[in-house]
Unconditional design. Sequence first.
Length: 137
Amino acid sequence: MNTPHILLVEDSNFMATKVVETLESAHEFVITTVSTAIEARNALKNGSYDCVISNYELPDESGVELAESLREESAVPSVPLIILTGRSLEPLAKEAIEAGVTEFVYKGDQATGDMDVLANRIRIVLQAHQPPSTVER
């Protein structure tokens, strides 16, 4: 698998820095960071990404709303989207799955979460979204 290019949608500079530092150095992902859903849509129109990671709470809409709108746009319906959240996952699950969210990662009490868990979820999601002929055996 080539080096995954990830679009991170995160309005917290602290969290964005934590995610980027860990995923780029320890897990060798390439990360592009934006802070709003509007910026995410523009980035996806102008670039190629293997996965989108979005905070649940964004300044202009929720990560679930972003997922729903991306699924409706024909250019990006198949890009997996992972939601980072500090909220309980149960109330979000049904709405998020219906909107096209691929996976959730809980940030935890420190609002930073476990970046190794996030990296693992990214790899699983990317492998699941590869065309059958390119899945590593």
